[in-house]
Design a protein around this ligand. Structure first.
Ligand SMILES: Cc1cc2nc3c(=O)[nH]c(=O)nc-3n(C[C@H](O)[C@H](O)[C@H](O)COP(=O)(O)O)c2cc1C
Length: 221
Protein backbone atom coordinates (compact mmCIF):
# COMPACT_ATOMS: atom_id res chain seq x y z
CA UNK A 1 0.00 0.00 0.00
CA UNK A 2 1.04 3.58 -0.62
CA UNK A 3 1.05 5.10 2.84
CA UNK A 4 1.34 8.71 1.92
CA UNK A 5 -1.88 10.62 1.41
CA UNK A 6 -0.06 13.85 0.52
CA UNK A 7 1.73 12.16 -2.38
CA UNK A 8 -1.52 10.68 -3.65
CA UNK A 9 -3.34 14.00 -3.45
CA UNK A 10 -0.40 15.67 -5.19
CA UNK A 11 -1.07 13.40 -8.17
CA UNK A 12 -4.78 14.28 -8.13
CA UNK A 13 -3.89 17.97 -8.18
CA UNK A 14 -1.25 17.44 -10.87
CA UNK A 15 -3.81 15.79 -13.16
CA UNK A 16 -5.70 18.22 -15.30
CA UNK A 17 -7.28 18.08 -18.73
CA UNK A 18 -4.13 18.87 -20.69
CA UNK A 19 -5.03 20.88 -23.80
CA UNK A 20 -1.72 20.53 -25.67
CA UNK A 21 1.28 18.24 -25.23
CA UNK A 22 4.96 19.06 -25.83
CA UNK A 23 5.63 16.19 -28.20
CA UNK A 24 7.90 14.16 -25.88
CA UNK A 25 7.47 10.40 -26.03
CA UNK A 26 6.26 8.42 -22.98
CA UNK A 27 8.67 5.52 -22.30
CA UNK A 28 7.18 2.15 -23.28
CA UNK A 29 7.22 0.75 -19.74
CA UNK A 30 5.43 3.83 -18.39
CA UNK A 31 2.69 3.55 -20.99
CA UNK A 32 2.34 -0.15 -20.30
CA UNK A 33 1.98 0.65 -16.59
CA UNK A 34 -0.89 3.01 -17.44
CA UNK A 35 -2.59 0.35 -19.57
CA UNK A 36 -2.15 -2.20 -16.80
CA UNK A 37 -4.11 0.01 -14.40
CA UNK A 38 -6.88 0.11 -17.02
CA UNK A 39 -6.80 -3.66 -17.32
CA UNK A 40 -7.06 -4.11 -13.55
CA UNK A 41 -10.09 -1.84 -13.27
CA UNK A 42 -13.34 -3.13 -11.82
CA UNK A 43 -16.45 -3.61 -13.97
CA UNK A 44 -20.03 -4.66 -13.26
CA UNK A 45 -20.17 -8.44 -12.81
CA UNK A 46 -16.49 -8.33 -13.83
CA UNK A 47 -17.32 -8.54 -17.53
CA UNK A 48 -14.71 -6.00 -18.73
CA UNK A 49 -16.78 -4.60 -21.61
CA UNK A 50 -13.87 -2.64 -23.11
CA UNK A 51 -11.14 -2.61 -25.71
CA UNK A 52 -8.29 -0.11 -25.86
CA UNK A 53 -7.16 1.00 -29.31
CA UNK A 54 -3.82 2.81 -29.18
CA UNK A 55 -3.62 5.02 -32.26
CA UNK A 56 -0.04 5.93 -33.06
CA UNK A 57 -0.60 6.29 -36.80
CA UNK A 58 -0.42 10.02 -37.64
CA UNK A 59 -2.71 9.86 -40.69
CA UNK A 60 -5.40 8.04 -38.75
CA UNK A 61 -5.08 10.55 -35.90
CA UNK A 62 -5.71 13.33 -38.44
CA UNK A 63 -8.85 11.60 -39.66
CA UNK A 64 -10.09 11.12 -36.09
CA UNK A 65 -9.39 14.78 -35.35
CA UNK A 66 -11.84 15.79 -38.11
CA UNK A 67 -14.70 14.47 -35.99
CA UNK A 68 -13.31 15.47 -32.62
CA UNK A 69 -13.80 19.12 -31.72
CA UNK A 70 -12.68 18.38 -28.17
CA UNK A 71 -9.30 16.98 -29.16
CA UNK A 72 -7.99 19.27 -31.89
CA UNK A 73 -4.63 19.95 -30.25
CA UNK A 74 -4.48 16.96 -27.92
CA UNK A 75 -4.83 14.26 -30.59
CA UNK A 76 -1.92 15.31 -32.83
CA UNK A 77 0.46 16.36 -30.04
CA UNK A 78 -0.05 13.46 -27.63
CA UNK A 79 2.57 10.76 -27.15
CA UNK A 80 -0.06 8.01 -26.95
CA UNK A 81 -3.66 8.33 -28.03
CA UNK A 82 -6.21 5.78 -26.85
CA UNK A 83 -9.74 5.14 -28.09
CA UNK A 84 -11.76 3.19 -25.53
CA UNK A 85 -14.45 1.04 -27.11
CA UNK A 86 -17.54 -0.27 -25.34
CA UNK A 87 -19.20 -3.56 -26.22
CA UNK A 88 -22.62 -3.64 -27.84
CA UNK A 89 -25.77 -5.54 -26.84
CA UNK A 90 -24.74 -8.55 -28.94
CA UNK A 91 -21.97 -9.19 -26.41
CA UNK A 92 -23.40 -7.77 -23.20
CA UNK A 93 -26.71 -9.65 -23.19
CA UNK A 94 -26.97 -12.24 -20.39
CA UNK A 95 -27.07 -15.22 -22.79
CA UNK A 96 -24.46 -14.04 -25.31
CA UNK A 97 -21.47 -16.05 -26.43
CA UNK A 98 -19.15 -13.34 -25.08
CA UNK A 99 -20.62 -13.56 -21.58
CA UNK A 100 -20.62 -17.34 -21.56
CA UNK A 101 -17.06 -17.63 -22.90
CA UNK A 102 -15.93 -14.91 -20.49
CA UNK A 103 -17.35 -16.69 -17.45
CA UNK A 104 -15.76 -19.96 -18.55
CA UNK A 105 -12.38 -18.84 -19.89
CA UNK A 106 -11.51 -15.62 -18.03
CA UNK A 107 -13.39 -16.03 -14.76
CA UNK A 108 -12.85 -19.83 -14.77
CA UNK A 109 -16.28 -20.50 -13.28
CA UNK A 110 -17.60 -24.07 -13.22
CA UNK A 111 -20.87 -24.90 -15.06
CA UNK A 112 -23.24 -24.58 -12.11
CA UNK A 113 -21.76 -21.27 -10.93
CA UNK A 114 -21.98 -19.90 -14.49
CA UNK A 115 -25.68 -20.82 -14.63
CA UNK A 116 -26.32 -19.12 -11.30
CA UNK A 117 -24.43 -15.98 -12.27
CA UNK A 118 -26.24 -15.84 -15.62
CA UNK A 119 -29.54 -15.93 -13.72
CA UNK A 120 -28.56 -12.99 -11.51
CA UNK A 121 -27.24 -11.11 -14.52
CA UNK A 122 -30.48 -11.73 -16.48
CA UNK A 123 -32.65 -10.43 -13.63
CA UNK A 124 -30.37 -7.40 -13.22
CA UNK A 125 -30.58 -6.57 -16.92
CA UNK A 126 -34.32 -7.21 -17.24
CA UNK A 127 -35.69 -5.88 -13.98
CA UNK A 128 -33.23 -3.88 -11.93
CA UNK A 129 -31.54 -1.68 -14.52
CA UNK A 130 -33.98 -2.02 -17.45
CA UNK A 131 -31.11 -2.55 -19.86
CA UNK A 132 -32.92 -4.49 -22.53
CA UNK A 133 -34.96 -1.71 -24.12
CA UNK A 134 -33.29 -1.02 -27.46
CA UNK A 135 -29.60 -1.09 -28.20
CA UNK A 136 -28.56 2.12 -26.51
CA UNK A 137 -29.31 1.43 -22.84
CA UNK A 138 -27.08 -1.61 -22.63
CA UNK A 139 -24.31 -0.02 -24.71
CA UNK A 140 -24.33 3.05 -22.45
CA UNK A 141 -24.16 0.74 -19.44
CA UNK A 142 -21.08 -0.94 -20.96
CA UNK A 143 -19.61 2.50 -21.59
CA UNK A 144 -20.12 3.44 -17.92
CA UNK A 145 -17.70 0.67 -17.03
CA UNK A 146 -15.09 1.99 -19.46
CA UNK A 147 -15.04 5.31 -17.61
CA UNK A 148 -13.71 3.52 -14.53
CA UNK A 149 -10.73 2.32 -16.56
CA UNK A 150 -10.43 5.83 -18.01
CA UNK A 151 -10.26 7.38 -14.54
CA UNK A 152 -7.80 4.84 -13.24
CA UNK A 153 -5.48 5.31 -16.21
CA UNK A 154 -5.50 9.10 -15.88
CA UNK A 155 -4.78 8.86 -12.16
CA UNK A 156 -2.00 6.31 -12.52
CA UNK A 157 -0.47 8.44 -15.28
CA UNK A 158 -0.52 11.47 -12.98
CA UNK A 159 1.11 9.41 -10.23
CA UNK A 160 4.16 8.95 -12.46
CA UNK A 161 4.16 12.52 -13.78
CA UNK A 162 2.35 11.91 -17.06
CA UNK A 163 -0.40 14.21 -18.31
CA UNK A 164 -3.64 13.25 -19.98
CA UNK A 165 -6.85 14.59 -21.48
CA UNK A 166 -10.13 12.68 -21.55
CA UNK A 167 -12.00 13.40 -24.79
CA UNK A 168 -15.73 13.14 -25.18
CA UNK A 169 -15.88 15.98 -27.67
CA UNK A 170 -16.48 13.92 -30.80
CA UNK A 171 -19.30 12.85 -33.10
CA UNK A 172 -20.09 9.30 -32.11
CA UNK A 173 -21.70 8.20 -35.34
CA UNK A 174 -19.04 9.66 -37.63
CA UNK A 175 -16.23 8.23 -35.53
CA UNK A 176 -17.82 4.79 -35.37
CA UNK A 177 -18.22 4.86 -39.16
CA UNK A 178 -14.59 5.90 -39.64
CA UNK A 179 -13.26 3.13 -37.42
CA UNK A 180 -15.40 0.60 -39.26
CA UNK A 181 -14.23 1.91 -42.66
CA UNK A 182 -10.62 1.64 -41.47
CA UNK A 183 -11.21 -1.99 -40.45
CA UNK A 184 -10.54 -1.25 -36.77
CA UNK A 185 -13.88 -2.33 -35.36
CA UNK A 186 -17.30 -3.55 -36.42
CA UNK A 187 -20.26 -1.46 -35.32
CA UNK A 188 -22.18 -4.66 -34.61
CA UNK A 189 -19.69 -5.42 -31.86
CA UNK A 190 -18.33 -2.11 -30.57
CA UNK A 191 -18.83 1.64 -30.40
CA UNK A 192 -16.52 4.43 -29.28
CA UNK A 193 -17.11 5.17 -25.62
CA UNK A 194 -14.52 7.82 -24.83
CA UNK A 195 -10.97 8.71 -25.84
CA UNK A 196 -7.89 9.75 -23.88
CA UNK A 197 -4.63 11.39 -24.89
CA UNK A 198 -1.41 10.96 -22.87
CA UNK A 199 1.81 12.96 -22.96
CA UNK A 200 3.59 15.83 -21.25
CA UNK A 201 2.09 19.30 -20.84
CA UNK A 202 3.25 22.12 -23.10
CA UNK A 203 2.34 24.76 -20.53
CA UNK A 204 1.05 24.88 -16.98
CA UNK A 205 -2.73 24.80 -16.50
CA UNK A 206 -4.79 27.38 -14.66
CA UNK A 207 -5.48 26.42 -11.03
CA UNK A 208 -8.06 23.81 -10.09
CA UNK A 209 -11.63 24.85 -9.42
CA UNK A 210 -13.95 22.50 -7.55
CA UNK A 211 -17.00 22.71 -5.30
CA UNK A 212 -16.36 22.38 -1.58
CA UNK A 213 -16.78 18.97 -0.01
CA UNK A 214 -19.70 20.17 2.14
CA UNK A 215 -21.56 21.26 -1.01
CA UNK A 216 -21.43 17.78 -2.52
CA UNK A 217 -21.41 15.40 0.44
CA UNK A 218 -24.31 14.59 2.76
CA UNK A 219 -23.83 12.37 5.78
CA UNK A 220 -26.96 10.58 7.00
CA UNK A 221 -26.38 9.34 10.54
C1 LIG B 1 -15.62 12.19 -19.73
C2 LIG B 1 -14.90 13.47 -19.96
C3 LIG B 1 -14.83 14.00 -21.23
C4 LIG B 1 -14.12 15.15 -21.47
N1 LIG B 1 -13.99 15.62 -22.76
C5 LIG B 1 -13.14 16.64 -23.01
C6 LIG B 1 -12.84 17.01 -24.35
O1 LIG B 1 -13.37 16.49 -25.31
N2 LIG B 1 -11.92 18.00 -24.54
C7 LIG B 1 -11.31 18.63 -23.50
O2 LIG B 1 -10.46 19.51 -23.74
N3 LIG B 1 -11.59 18.30 -22.21
C8 LIG B 1 -12.48 17.32 -21.95
N4 LIG B 1 -12.75 16.96 -20.66
C9 LIG B 1 -12.07 17.67 -19.56
C10 LIG B 1 -12.99 18.44 -18.61
O3 LIG B 1 -13.44 19.61 -19.22
C11 LIG B 1 -12.18 18.68 -17.34
O4 LIG B 1 -11.85 17.45 -16.75
C12 LIG B 1 -12.94 19.55 -16.31
O5 LIG B 1 -13.19 20.81 -16.84
C13 LIG B 1 -12.17 19.66 -15.01
O6 LIG B 1 -10.89 20.19 -15.21
P1 LIG B 1 -9.54 19.40 -14.84
O7 LIG B 1 -9.70 18.00 -15.38
O8 LIG B 1 -8.45 20.15 -15.57
O9 LIG B 1 -9.38 19.42 -13.37
C14 LIG B 1 -13.51 15.82 -20.41
C15 LIG B 1 -13.61 15.29 -19.12
C16 LIG B 1 -14.27 14.12 -18.90
C17 LIG B 1 -14.29 13.54 -17.52
Amino acid sequence: MINNKDEILKAYNFRHACKEFNGNEIPKEDFEFILETGRLSPSSFGFEPWQFIVVQNKELREKIKEYSWGGEKQIPTSSHFVIILGRKKKHMLYDSKYINDFMREVQELPDEVRDMKRGFYKAFQEKDFNLLEGERAIFDWACKQTYIALGNMMTSAAEIGIDSCPIEGFNMEKLDELLEREGIMSRDDFGVSVMVAFGYRKKDPRGKTRQNLNDIVTYIE
